[in-house]
Design a protein around this ligand. Structure first.
Ligand SMILES: [Zn+2]
Length: 693
């Protein structure tokens, strides 16, 4: 079963890291951060910003992204093994090299059985031994395919849906209960699709029609490689079944509505809702000892159950067999891996070449055993001084936001009191966790990659079961510290900044303060802003899902946020495909609120630290100009067309260029800083600018 195995899946990330590229890249920028060799010099430019990457021919008010980044955009090529390239990629590639050194040292050290060193070294070794994977051929898969071949009834199929290794039209995950965030709860999600989401099956857009044709060809290829007969007819039937499932699926924007997706249900009621799936027996078999399940998309689960009841058993077997292989193409001989890359990497994301095997191995081990390598990563690469500086910045951001909250004119006093109470319980987490995940009981062998992955899946499922039986531990981190991202968890009211993102251009101890406020300051503000975005605002100071808004203030919030939806809906990089302003609303509220908080915090800093309350001009740029340029620099990015389409339909983050332009045009200080007037393309009349936080 394709269970969701992220215990912290409730967290909301800063960037689109949720859909990892097939592998991750090595080409491009591996230059080391300059901080160790020349402590006083910022990494980028003379004050922390790459002025050489600008295009001064572009008026900032016409396209702030191209003004700030046009030179870089013109001179940079996306590496062949990437589908996009920007600052997040640059830092991820550097972290990847640092993690690779840790992993290969573990491999050479051959640690005690069961130690982190042994697990890390041997998992990597088993992946790197491509000859052994090739030699094993399809043999390791056969026992599982035999289980599928033995399916004769829908009940037989359901028994496999409700097992750890087989494909399933739904998935379970464990994390905090919105009604009582101190305890863990079981969630049930819609699932069962091979392509990323329902749009890939249903969109009339010409490119998406091509994706479907390519997916059908891919299903045929997998059948042929596996020696399964009637490939063409089976591919048609599998695609038809998945298309019906896609029709039943909720949209991405509906699936992020926290009040619509909170549907606690008894196991008996769930079994009655979706009788094809035999949940009562199935949950017993999975070891899920609960009385209640939070069903995220009930109507999709119900409809999918009906679809399976109407599907012939032969098609269900074919669907299960295809997905068992499709989910494991990198555990199998290279022809499977290449076919998978050709579809998921090349066709769906425009990536020209597969990542080198060693880098894919680093990402595999760094993900699966992230805390084992993360402990060493922070010892080597995260200076304690960065943590102290970040704590100061977070305090300044919270102070700035508190000041704004106290004076917001659209909020009544009753709601304001609750909002201030919520702000007072925010917990910032910086750099690395205070407790590390342990991998007790996991068995990893240096020469059995397939077996390792099977054992890892079982081990991870058992971890979920243990979590379910225990209270929430707020000290746990879902991510390892080397991740270049940041997150908010509404159920614990935590904002988390892993060591990986606390580097230039986000955070540079040697940069001008305007740069740090406009970059990591706005990132801090973005994460705080998630606590008050269209979904986060529904949780209270204790992380409970509770409506603390008066009707009148609620209406004003919706009016303002609808303005932002409308603005972003107009960003259309393709004739028929635009940003989905509703899907991206939480992220865009985070960006806009984050920049407003960061700007207020920067002005507080300027008042307190510069004579006459005015920052010096550096290289011809005022303090306010440097602040906005910093924001543009962290979101500079190039996409291949298919990766950009994927970003638009998978969301929730708007593509980088719109995160830059969409935010600055709503902030009055940007107009003043760059002399933007109604002559300019990004101009919005003052009364139409959106300001929420
Ligand atoms: Zn975010």
């Amino acid at each position: 079963m394709r269970h969701l195995l992220l215990s912290g899946a409730a967290l909301i990330a800063l960037a689109a890291c949720g859909a990892p590229e097939p592998g991750n890249g090595t080409a491009g920028g591996t230059e080391q951060a300059a901080t160790e060799t020349a402590a006083a010099e910022p990494r980028f430019g003379t004050f922390g910003f790459d002025t050489a990457g600008m295009n001064a021919e572009i008026a900032p008010g016409d396209d702030f992204n191209r003004y700030a980044n046009g030179g870089w955009l013109a001179s940079t090529e996306i590496p062949a093994d990437r589908s996009s390239y920007g600052m997040f990629t640059l830092l991820s590639l550097e972290a990847e090299d640092q993690v690779e050194a840790i992993i290969t040292e573990a491999q050479a050290a051959a640690g005690e059985p069961g130690s982190n060193t042994q697990l890390v070294g041997d998992l990597y070794q088993s992946w790197m031994n491509a000859d052994a994977i090739e030699a094993a051929g399809l043999e390791p898969v056969r026992p599982f395919l035999e289980e599928i071949a033995a399916i004769e009834t829908l009940a037989d199929a359901a028994a496999l849906f409700n097992s750890v290794h087989h494909q399933s039209p739904y998935g379970f995950a464990v994390w905090a209960d919105p009604a009582n965030p101190d305890v863990n709860a079981l969630r049930l999600f819609q699932g069962g699709l091979g392509m990323p989401n329902r749009d890939y099956y249903l969109s009339e857009d010409a490119r998406f029609v091509e994706y479907r044709d390519a997916y059908r060809d891919y299903i045929v290829t997998i059948h042929e490689l596996a020696g399964i007969e009637d490939a063409e007819a089976k591919a048609d039937a599998i695609l038809a079944l998945e298309t019906r499932i896609a029709e039943a699926h909720w949209t991405r924007e509906r699936s992020r509505e926290v009040t619509e997706t909170y549907n606690p249900m008894s196991v008996a009621d769930l079994a009655a809702l979706a009788p094809s799936f035999h949940f009562e027996e199935g949950m017993d078999a999975l070891g899920l000892d609960v009385e209640e399940v939070i069903v995220i998309q009930p109507s999709a689960i119900e409809a999918t159950s009906q679809i399976f009841a109407e599907t012939d058993i032969a098609t269900i077997r074919d669907y299960m067999a295809f997905h068992f292989i499709n989910d494991r193409t990198d555990w199998l001989p290279s022809a499977f891996d290449e076919a998978s890359f050709d579809f998921f990497g090349r066709t769906l994301r425009g990536q020209e070449e597969q990542r080198p095997r060693n880098k894919r191995g680093v990402n595999l081990v760094g993900g699966a055993l992230g805390h084992a390598v993360g402990q060493i990563y922070v010892e080597r690469h995260f200076p304690p001084s960065s943590k102290a500086q970040m704590e100061g910045l977070v305090d300044n951001l919270i102070t700035a936001f508190r000041g704004r909250l106290e004076t917001l004119e659209w909020m009544d006093e009753e709601t304001r009191t609750e909002a201030l109470e919520k702000l007072s319980t925010f917990e910032p987490r910086i750099g690395y966790p205070e407790i590390w995940d342990e991998y007790d009981g996991l068995e990893i062998s240096a020469d059995d990659y397939f077996g390792n992955r099977i054992r890892m899946a079982e081990w991870a499922w058992n971890e979920q079961l243990e979590d379910l039986a225990e209270p929430v531990d707020p000290r746990e981190w879902s991510w390892p510290p080397q991740i270049v991202n940041a997150s908010y968890n509404p159920l614990q009211n935590q904002i988390t900044f892993p060591a990986g993102i606390l580097q230039a251009p986000f955070f540079d101890p040697d940069a001008d303060p305007a740069i740090n406020y406009g970059a990591i300051g706005a990132v801090i503000g973005h994460e705080i802003g998630h606590g008050f975005d269209d979904q986060g605002r529904r949780y209270d100071a204790e992380g409970r899902l509770r409506d603390w808004w008066t009707a009148e203030t609620n209406e004003r919030f919706i009016e303002r946020s609808d303005g932002l939806v409308a603005q972003y809906n107009e960003f259309c990089p393709f004739e028929e495909l635009c940003v989905n302003g509703r899907l991206a609303l939480g992220e865009n509220i985070g960006d806009l609120g984050g920049m407003q908080m960061a700007y207020t915090a920067y002005r507080n800093y300027v008042e307190a630290n510069y004579e006459g309350g005015e920052a010096p001009v550096i290289d011809g740029f005022t303090g306010d100009q440097r602040f906005f340029l910093a924001w543009a620099q962290v979101w500079r990015i190039m996409y291949r067309d298919d990766a950009l389409r994927a970003q638009l339909v998978n969301g929730p983050h708007s593509p980088g260029m719109y995160r830059i332009n969409g935010v600055v045009r709503n902030i009055d200080a940007w107009y003043d800083a760059f002399g933007v007037t109604e002559e300019h393309a990004l101009y919005i009349a003052p009364e139409d600018r959106v300001s929420i936080w």
